[in-house]
Write a protein that binds this ligand. Structure first.
Ligand code: GDP
Length: 365
């Protein structure tokens, strides 16, 4: 499954955030027996008002939300790319993540030391991203060497070698792989994918503030937002400490608690939603008496692939899909009513599933 790696310098609040995510996982884990539990992974339900609404309407025995995986990636310090701290172990973990959640310290607290002495979000971001970039330079240079050797006497690889050279130059000049203009070109796209470069991954900046910073952005958050905007990245502001406390409360208490800080929604919910979105994931629903359930697919998937998420037999034997748009379902109240009203559509193999579709698959076994 696609996962989001949590990175950040020491003492910025990563563990506090990860603990909150783990509590959110454990509170619901009985509903997710299919998820493997690992110490550095939190598989958390994606809050979704639509599935709550469908549950209220269909009154199933059980409701299963979509989930998203977060991986706690410890060990990123200055020098990690040279093997300081956990070094290579860290890099391997982050390579497996599909996107990065970078926790940035945006709270002043004299009792909590900062590894570099002062709170300075831009410097921290640069420290982290320099390590990622240095690691990429190393992998790209190794690849370039290998490609050069393979290309000896093989003229068809000339274009690839020169594109690789330009990639190495691009990285060496301090640019993230994601801005390499030729990355999708025929000459290099396959190699580029294979490399799994760290600076090619999408980043979400998680500005960790103290309680006072929740209602109104402090100067650190303002700085992070400006920087992120210049990179077209998302920012989620949270107070990791508050999130950890929130996880022990029931829903009504949580809302009271949030209101006392002047915010409508928990930061954890925002982190989860932004993460899901950044991974390019959407949900479709199945609605029945036994179960209302959200299924996770990637944006753009066609009906058979979407069916395969439920069971590979559904994909192999796919015949057709009966699809109801979410708004239509809510308006008419049930599958039968939608059928009568003529808003249930029959879709074939080429149908691209939309976020929020309610689907019933028909298949051969
Ligand atoms: P990590 O090293 O990045 O995993 O950081 P931790 O999660 O262990 O947090 C380091 C310290 O900062 C701990 O003492 C936390 O209680 C504290 N901390 C984390 N988040 C916040 C916050 O939002 N506000 C304040 N004041 N302290 C926090």
């Amino acid at each position: 499954a696609l996962s989001i790696g949590i990175v950040g310098l020491p003492n910025v609040g990563k563990s506090t955030l990860f603990n909150a995510l783990t509590k959110a996982q454990n509170a619901e884990s009985a509903n997710y027996p299919f998820c493997t539990i690992e110490p550095n992974k939190a598989t958390v339900p994606v809050p979704d008002a639509r599935i709550d609404k469908l549950t209220a309407m269909a009154r199933p025995q059980k409701t299963i939300n979509a989930t998203v995986d977060f991986i706690d990636i410890a060990g990123l310090v200055r020098g990690a790319s040279k093997g300081e701290g956990l070094g290579n172990q860290f890099l391997a973990n982050i390579r497996e993540s599909a996107a990065i959640l970078q926790v940035v310290r945006c709270f002043d607290d004299e009792n909590i030391t900062h590894v570099d002495g002062t709170v300075d979000p831009l410097r921290d971001i640069e420290t982290i991203e320099t390590e990622l970039l240095l690691a990429d330079v190393q992998s790209a240079e190794r690849k370039l060497d290998r490609t050069r050797r393979q290309s000896k006497g093989d003229k068809s690889m000339t274009a690839t070698v020169s594109a690789m050279e330009r990639l190495v130059d691009h990285l060496n000049a301090g640019n993230p792989a994601s801005t390499f203009a030729e990355k999708d070109s025929d000459a290099i796209s396959a190699l580029y994918k294979e490399l799994g470069l760290l600076t090619a991954k999408k980043i979400i900046y998680c500005a960790n503030v103290d309680e006072e910073g929740l209602a109104e952005d402090n100067r650190h958050v303002v700085t992070v937002r400006e920087f992120a905007a210049s990179r077209s990245c998302d920012v989620v502001k949270i107070c990791a400490k508050v999130e950890e406390e929130l996880q022990g409360l029931d829903e009504a208490e949580q809302l009271d608690f949030l209101a006392s800080f002047g915010i409508p929604e928990s930061g954890l919910t925002k982190v989860i939603h932004t993460g899901y979105h950044t991974l390019g994931l959407i949900s479709y629903f199945t609605v029945g008496e036994k179960e209302v359930r959200a299924w996770t697919i990637k944006e753009g998937w066609k009906a058979p692939a979407a069916a395969g998420v439920i069971h590979s037999d559904f994909e192999r034997g796919f015949i057709r899909a009966e699809v109801i748009g979410y708004d239509d379902y809510v308006k008419h109240g049930s599958e039968a009513a939608c059928r009568t009203a003529g808003v249930l559509r029959v879709e074939g193999k080429e149908y691209v599933v939309s976020d929020g579709d309610i689907i019933h698959f028909l298949f051969n076994v």
